[in-house]
Design a protein around this ligand. Sequence first.
Ligand code: TA6
Length: 281
Amino acid sequence: DLAGRVQERDVVILDGGVGTSVVVHLHGATALSWKCDGKEILFLSKKAVLDNSKAIRGGIPLVFPQFGPWTCGPQHGFARNKRWSVESQPQKADGTVTCSLALSDDEDTRKIWNYRFKLVYTLELTKSSLSTRLTVDNTGSEGFTFTTLMHSYFLTPDIATTTVRGLKGLNYVDKVKNGQELQEDRDKVTIPQNYDRVYQKCPSTVSMECSSHTVSVNLSNFTDVVVWNPWSEKARAMSDFGDEEYSTMVCVEAGRVSCPVQIAAGQQLAFQQTLQVQAKL
Ligand code: TA6
């Protein structure tokens, strides 16, 4: 529960009624909570810092313009660490609540990455789904390249009974094994230890299945899916992550990270994930 952890001026709430809602923090346009029929779907660390001072540990941080370590600036780029503005307040229409946030280049971003851009992040909430779409607008006079990813942290009652499906046959880069490229041969991927894998050329849908529900991740213009769990040793090394919290989360992250995306001056590109919940009866 977020009560007492966030200031009203820092969040936007999408209220879908009947136990369905999303809370988005303007810091990084980070969705902190998505309740579907009263059930929390996203993981947010109890130690997440929510005072605008650092990237938020949990929810759906936005990675732009760089996934991973970056010579120009912070790991995973600056988007998740900037204050976004409300482009359009939450609006209800035939069972959907929609809201959009925006981030444009400023003198700070231009100092480390000298390109002009406007990002618009749109969230659409229905009774059983949450769509998150990022449009990237190259508002400058020269092309640039970027990588981008939605770093979704999903809550699970127990990592030991959690699987990720839809990855069979895909090549993946295993960042725990010095970036070795391997092939997944399991229909149901279990996560028994520190996983940090970039699955490539993903099909349109992968899913996270746990004892209580399934979340399907439908990809549009995303080609990679990162599966990450820090496990115990790395969990202990993170100040904003509880030592045992690795057992109640898994990241299944929709991205374009294996090869940089090119965008010409004046061009606009859109990337979207649609998350769909199915309760287990
Ligand atoms: O998405 C997986 C990953 O790239 C891991 O390598 C790990 O670094 C994780 O992101 C979290 O990164 P952060 O900078 O948020 O601590």
